[in-house]
Write a protein that binds this ligand. Structure first.
Ligand SMILES: [Zn+2]
Length: 90
């Protein structure tokens, strides 16, 4: 899952795998992309590095997200997401 901005997390790791910074429990807004559709999931429990901002998501949470992205039930609400293509920027 490269480029999604999160790394599956082993619960035994209490420090950031990258910079060894402290990890803080937070809820984040997760943005997933599936079949050219962008899905926004709010209130995702994650551990966030206070130093480099890397997000760690527990496997059971990642599984839940994956199920949601695949099944795409009726969302709670919809929003328009602006999409840009950097290749078109002069
Ligand atoms: Zn870090």
């Amino acid at each position: 899952m490269a480029g999604t901005g999160w790394t599956p997390h082993n619960l035994n790791v209490m420090n950031c795998a990258f910079c060894k910074g402290d990890i803080e429990e937070k809820t984040i807004t997760y943005i997933a992309e599936y079949r050219d559709r962008v899905v926004i999931i709010e209130n995702v429990p994650a551990e966030v590095c206070t130093q480099c901002g890397e997000k760690f998501i527990r496997p059971e949470v990642a599984e839940k997200i994956q199920r949601l992205v695949w099944e795409q039930p009726s969302p709670r609400r919809s929003t328009e997401v602006p999409v840009y293509d950097l290749a078109e920027v002069a």
